[in-house]
Ligand binder design. Sequence first.
Ligand code: SAH
Length: 239
Amino acid sequence: MQMKEKKLRIVLVGTEGEINLGFVIRLALNFEVDEIYLVSPLINPFSDEVKRFAAKAAKMVSTEYIKITDSLEEALDGVDLSICTSGLVGSTSDVLRHPITPRELASKIAPNYSSIAIVFGRESVGLTRDELAKCHLFLTIPANPQYPILNLSHAVAITLYELWTSTRSYRLREHANSSQLSRVLKLVGEIVGKIIDDSVQRERIMVAVKHILWRSSPSRGEASTLYYFFKKIKNSIDG
Ligand code: SAH
């Protein structure tokens, strides 16, 4: 099930590479970004090269989806929450560069806002301090301190992945609910009652199986397969 809850905007400042822009547009389709704003791009954003790297998202290489502005302020107009990004984290005293991570953004912060803009900088020099100061938050993707600077489109990919998986209510599988797990546990209890005499050991086994079941959060199909398997064991014990 996919549920659209948020309006998400990617803002690229002073983009220098057509390949990078194409990749970002492709990611925008991969991860359901609603709009792209380009602040003073240094390339032609509608070129064939951009389209080529956007692949299936080439149809989004149009003025309908991509807005061009002269300033970051204009690109942030109308959003509840803006986040500037950089690979460079500041010292204790440099509060402008005290970061959140993509995961924190996705799990704790983004759910509280309905329209979000994430701002990425120039390939050569990133975002200026003036630009960083225009955002509500500063985000970094944690990486090797010796070389934490990612390629622009890779940084966009990681950030969007985290946001998408946590805010778009996407589920790869349907989890078994508690009552389904309780049925499996009850059956294990019946088997244990038949083959283990020592009541202390019985108790230990039941606690261990309970913790494993709830912690592993199995899918519905897995839980019913386990149930089937334990039922067969019980039947064969019963004779
Ligand atoms: N030399 C520039 C590199 C910019 S890389 C600099 O020092 O800032 C281009 C853009 O990719 C950055 O402006 C930022 O938006 C994004 N980026 C690169 N690495 C990142 C990281 N580790 N975390 C978050 N964003 C990153």
